[in-house]
Design a protein around this ligand. Structure first.
Ligand code: GLA
Length: 760
């Protein structure tokens, strides 16, 4: 059930006189400058959001239609001069415009375009009521400005303290009285972040159904843009894709019930020619883990609309009279100086304003995961032996992955039976935890709470808890079915059984997995099947919220067949997410490169595994595997007993190195210095906030005889300063940034280099 609603983490209603005052039209502004982000014109019709370097503006026009005026580089004044009115054939006119055929919502830029007003572009809201009547016409009703950042009931959302954020609420009402839409804008001025969400309240006496809702819609009246998206598949997530925006709608999304490997719920609209350091670009990032859709397209007049919101397919959400529906949040940002700044804005937002809990500000433990060491073929002695090795090598934690519960020796059985297989472990979980802790290690466990195998006690007792369409055979994925998390009793029961295990001993870490897509959308408990996928995600969030509250010290890592649910919604509960099941460092460079556009390194689960790699057979040096995994959370996914003494020694050094660099990597500014999909060398760097340290990483992707030397140009160093490497060699920062630094020769097959520079 979604009864809508929002909460303020902090803040109260401001007196309007506290807001910046503006006069109505261009050139006549007399603004009083406050630290406030939100300005409302004296007539209460023009709304301006200022962040440190950006401005966002909209206007309720003479008909009460909320038009979008401007989003981009910070600008004072009123930008209503950008609106143009022309009589264009076949562009319908709202009735209030009378005979004025120059007023059409088919081409005017809008803040929240709805179906039913003559806008034939992709709309942000489609309603249905009665016997399939579609239509809505929203006009401005009121607004409020509040300190602090709104929160969303039951949904993850960006949070901030009262002095870091403000909220603008604009309420629109349907001319026929069916609904009211409250548009929410959260502003984090220091980070150039604006968030959007919408709450739809049924103000009629009958059921209203939402059939499409895009949380954010952004119109550009002019310009040539590219759409950057991140497509993928299992073991190869978030590949960078850049297409020209053209006279067509380009759609990305997921019909899989989860944000998915197929597309990340993030998109960037970049002015043609925008690169890492120059050009204007806009990001939209969904704070939601279920199906989504995003689009960008040019209308017949060369205007671009970009949108991000819920997947429409299998979505038809009924709202009873007086009740509300909340659309998940979209994080938006604009950079006038290229993609690097845009990513940095998103990183800062995700790092400290999406991720929560104790682990938000801590360096995560170096772990040894049992998966690639044993898969499901282990006993308690094997796990203790792994723990022994982990301790000897200087790691912090042992993670027992899949296979410890129910009847689970392969992936065809056991899911749903969250009781310990003591026979397999040769003892109690409590004892295992005790012995792992005795070795000075933390202990972590794998779970997959949303799934069930037909061969399980849970399924035998509650087959109706699985999502299966009545009268049909289930569609299986990895031999498993999805539990109906839209039902509270299902969530409650699994929560209880998992807590029983977690209460057996202090479990320090939990890996939350999700290993198939949802295909059979059916809930025995739902009145309307169109609400199931959304309510499923609310059930998931409810579980995760209760888990984080009950075990505040436990670190949770998200996972979905690797990075199939890598999104800002999950990061609200799980501060890190396993980036991919592919641990080959060369593929990982590309996966982590794509991921870096929206997410900071501290969120990317990354481990060193064996060579040849278990997924693709590639042979790589241990040092390269180390450097790549260090640019994420860092850990190992192998059996150290099978390593040589030299390899073990190298791992010891690697861990010490990672611990030395962890703070810089987790919190430093990230620089993509090359495109690993194109060049011969993959290079990236982290620079500390105060620019006193910079870490350059480079991996050789190709070998050639007598090859030209590759120079890597750094960025983000302090101009005029000098930096010293670990051998005592001193370099001028300007030259490092202008001419670069030569890469070693020969570089070797997938050889790598890592240089730590310290400011002199
Ligand atoms: C998924 C995860 C892996 C591992 C297995 C266990 O594929 O991504 O890391 O945990 O499940 O079954």
């Amino acid at each position: 059930m979604n009864d809508g609603g929002y909460l303020y983490s902090s803040g109260s209603i401001n007196r309007l006189s506290d807001c910046i005052k503006q006069k109505g039209s261009a050139g006549r502004e007399s603004e009083r400058r406050f630290n406030m982000a939100i300005a409302v014109s004296e007539n209460g019709r023009i709304f301006t959001i200022h962040t440190a370097s950006t401005t966002y503006q909209m206007m309720a026009d003479k008909y009460g239609v909320l038009l979008h005026l401007y989003y981009g580089r910070r600008s004072e004044g009123t930008m209503d001069y950008l609106l143009t009115y022309h009589d264009r054939g076949y562009c319908a006119n709202i009735y209030d415009a009378g005979e004025d055929r120059t007023y059409s919502l088919d081409f005017l830029p809008q803040e929240f375009p709805v179906s039913g007003t003559g806008d034939t572009r992709s709309t942000a809201l489609n309603l249905e009521y009665g016997s399939g009547i579609c239509g809505c016409d929203l006009r401005f009703e009121s607004y409020a400005v509040k300190d602090g950042k709104y929160g969303l009931k039951g949904l993850p959302a960006v949070y901030a303290s009262e002095d870091e954020a403000q909220t603008l609420e604009i309420t629109l009402a349907d001319t026929a009285g069916m609904i009211r839409a409250k548009l929410l804008y959260g502003v984090l001025p220091g980070l150039d972040i604006i968030t959007r969400s919408v709450i739809i309240t049924n103000t009629s006496r009958e059921e209203v159904r939402v059939t499409k809702i895009m949380s954010a819609s952004l119109d550009q009246v002019y310009g040539d843009y590219d759409l950057i998206t991140f497509y993928g598949r299992h073991c190869m997530e978030r590949n960078f894709q850049r297409n020209a925006v053209a006279h067509m709608e380009q759609w990305i999304g997921s019909r899989r019930g989860a944000s998915s490997h197929q597309f990340n719920p993030m998109m960037i609209l970049a002015e043609r020619g925008t690169d890492e350091t120059a050009g204007g670009c806009y990001a939209m990032q969904f704070v939601y883990s279920g199906g989504f859709s995003g689009c960008a397209g040019m209308d017949p007049f060369g205007q671009t609309r970009m949108q991000l919101g819920l997947m429409q397919e299998k979505f038809n959400y009924p709202i009873a009279p007086g009740e509300s529906f909340t659309a998940p949040e979209v994080i938006m940002s604009y950079s006038g100086s290229g993609l690097e700044k845009l990513s940095d804005n998103l990183h800062r937002c995700i790092r400290r304003h999406v991720r929560r809990g104790k682990w938000r500000d801590k360096i995560c433990p170096v772990l040894l995961n049992s998966w690639e060491a044993y898969y499901m073929d282990f006993d308690g002695a094997d796990i203790l032996a792994l723990a022994e090795q982990a301790a000897l090598l200087g790691m912090d934690m042992l993670v027992l992955d899949d296979g410890w519960f129910g009847k689970r020796n392969d992936d065809s059985s056991g899911l749903g039976d969250w009781y310990v297989n003591e026979e397999k472990l040769g003892g109690k979980m409590k004892e295992l935890i005790y012995w792992v802790h005795r070795k000075g290690l933390k202990f972590g466990l794998w779970v997959e709470p949303e799934m069930v195998n037909e061969d399980s006690d849970l399924y035998r007792a509650h087959s109706d808890w699985a999502m299966v369409i009545p009268g049909r055979k289930p569609v299986r994925g990895r031999s498993q079915l999805v539990l109906d998390f839209s039902r509270k009793e299902v969530v409650d029961s699994i929560f209880e059984s998992i807590c029983k295990v977690l209460d057996m001993g202090p479990v320090d870490y939990l890996k939350w997995d999700y290993n198939r897509s949802i295909s059979d959308v059916y809930s025995y408990a739902a009145q309307n099947q169109g609400s199931v996928l959304y309510d499923y995600i609310l059930g998931l969030y409810d579980f995760l919220e209760r888990l984080t509250q009950r075990y505040p010290d436990m670190l949770i890592e998200g996972c979905s067949g690797g990075g199939g649910r890598f999104d800002a919604g999950m990061l609200y509960y799980t501060p890190q997410i396993w980036c991919s099941d592919n641990t080959d460092p060369i593929d990982r460079l590309r996966i982590q490169y794509g991921t870096s556009f929206g997410y900071p390194a501290c969120t990317m689960g990354a481990h060193v595994s064996v060579s040849p790699n278990e997924q693709d057979g590639r042979v790589t040096p241990l040092s390269t595997r180390g450097i790549t995994a260090m640019s994420g959370t860092f850990g190992y996914e192998l059996n150290p007993e099978k390593l040589s003494a030299e390899e073990k020694e190298e791992i010891r050094r690697q861990i010490a190195r990672r611990n030395e660099l962890a703070e810089l990597i987790a919190n430093g500014t990230y620089y993509r210095l090359s495109d690993p999909f194109k060049g011969e060398t993959a290079a990236w760097a982290f620079v500390s906030e105060d620019r006193s340290e910079a870490l350059l990483n480079a991996v050789n992707l190709e070998i050639h005889g007598n090859r030209p030397v590759t120079y890597i140009r750094l960025r983000g160093l302090e101009p005029g300063a000098f930096y010293e490497d670990e051998n005592g060699k001193v370099y001028p920062a300007d030259a490092l940034m202008q001419a670069g630094i030569p890469m070693p020769m020969p570089f070797g097959d997938y050889g790598s280099t890592q240089i730590l520079f310290k400011k002199k």
